[in-house]
Design a protein around this ligand. Structure first.
Ligand code: NI
Length: 179
């Protein structure tokens, strides 16, 4: 999980001064004035080597059956190491969380389209239905520092447990944590 830029300091909380010095302020979606307006206007920031925390959801009234969850996980596994470097992913009954870096220079929207588009087509074929399966809007967030990365991985790992879907994270089948 470490990069060339990692130093001991990266494990400490980032102060406001460091944020200004490092120029994080310019690319921090949480500080964008747009954020307070509406979710639809969330900036979809794309910076090289960003680690993204992404959530996307089924359209209203749709749920992922176990074979459909398998399709989503296999789409994520397919791209891991090729287009994506995946740190963690979980497929819940009606939404998906994943943490990754983009390896091949693709834009975030292309990456999400490839996962959502492929899985929607396969799930539709499985269910014998047509039309969009996922909500068009995905939530994406650039992870700022390692403690936040650890916190988000923990969130993904515990999501099935807190929802009562598994006694512990190792028992939940549609969960990926990088070894
Ligand atoms: Ni969740």
């Amino acid at each position: 999980m470490s990069t060339e830029k990692d130093t001991d300091k990266s494990h400490e909380p980032v102060t406001a001064e460091q944020i200004e010095l490092d120029g994080f302020r310019d690319v921090d979606p949480w500080k964008s004035p747009e954020r307070t307006q509406s979710k639809r206007h969330l900036p979809h920031l794309q910076t090289p080597e960003s680690t993204y925390f992404v959530t996307f959801r089924c359209r209203k009234g749709l749920m992922l059956s176990d074979p459909a969850k398998e399709i989503v996980m296999s789409a994520i596994r397919h791209w891991n190491g090729l287009r994506l470097d995946v740190d963690a992913a979980v497929v819940m009954p009606d939404h998906v969380h994943l943490i990754f870096r983009i390896l091949d220079g693709s834009s975030l929207s292309v990456v999400l389209q490839s996962i959502k588009g492929y899985s929607a087509r396969s799930i539709n074929a499985l269910l014998g239905r047509n039309g969009p399966f996922w909500l068009g809007e995905s939530f994406d967030h650039v992870i700022r520092h390692e403690p936040e990365l650890e916190e988000k991985i923990e969130y993904i790992r515990e999501n099935p447990v807190t929802r009562g879907l598994a006694a512990n994270w190792r028992k939940y089948r549609w969960l990926w944590i990088k070894e």
